[in-house]
Design a protein around this ligand. Structure first.
Ligand SMILES: [Cu+2]
Length: 193
């Protein structure tokens, strides 16, 4: 009996010792497991799933705000420049005048009503520009001078084809006669004050 008891006690002590040791081991594993992995899961999954929608919305709002700001930045200077240009045109800025080369002037007849250029006589200020759009189907010229004396050398459009436009800026005061070298009945004048 005594031998068996000792053996039984030793066996049960050993089992208890193993059990306690295993329990400690398991405890350590369990502690190590949940305490380490659970916060990682809660930190990695919960914040992402909860923050992402708000982060997206916040980003979209920021993008729209920045777009609005860009539009505001773009629009404001344009409006200011347009206002400045309008003010300059209304006050002392150089102007552009249009003198049309009318349809049908390649045959005589317009000279009877002084309408080979429209208007045939124009008065402008120094620094102003005159544009001659050729709305005719034929080619014409706008050449300073007169049919009798020939070109004066101040300006010359050379051959101006249909739908083309010649422009000249007058920097000196004076009276400038001009004509069409192709159709000598076409004459006009620019008076610069
Ligand atoms: Cu002509």
């Amino acid at each position: 009996m005594a031998g068996i008891d000792k053996a039984a006690i030793a066996f049960s002590v050993a089992i208890v010792a193993i059990g306690v040791g295993f329990a400690f081991y398991m405890d350590g594993v369990q502690n190590a497991g949940p305490t380490v992995s659970a916060p990682v899961i809660s930190k990695s999954i919960e914040p992402e799933t909860q923050m992402d929608p708000f982060a997206d919305i916040a980003d979209k709002v920021k993008e729209e705000d920045s777009k609005m700001e860009e539009k505001m930045m773009e629009e404001t200077p344009e409006e200011e420049t347009m206002m400045e240009e309008t003010v300059m045109e209304k006050s002392v800025g150089p102007q552009t005048h249009s003198v049309e080369i009318p349809v049908g002037t390649s045959v005589p007849g317009c000279e009877e009503t002084n309408s080979c250029y429209l208007p045939a006589d124009i008065t402008i200020n120094v620094g102003d520009t005159v544009e001659w759009p050729n709305v005719d189907t034929a080619a014409h010229t706008v050449t300073s001078g007169s049919p009798a004396d020939g070109p004066s050398g101040v300006f010359d459009s050379s051959l101006l084809m249909a739908d083309a436009t010649f422009a000249f800026t007058f920097e000196e005061a004076g009276s400038y006669d001009y004509f069409c070298m192709v159709h000598p009945w076409m004459i006009g004048s620019v008076t610069v004050n």
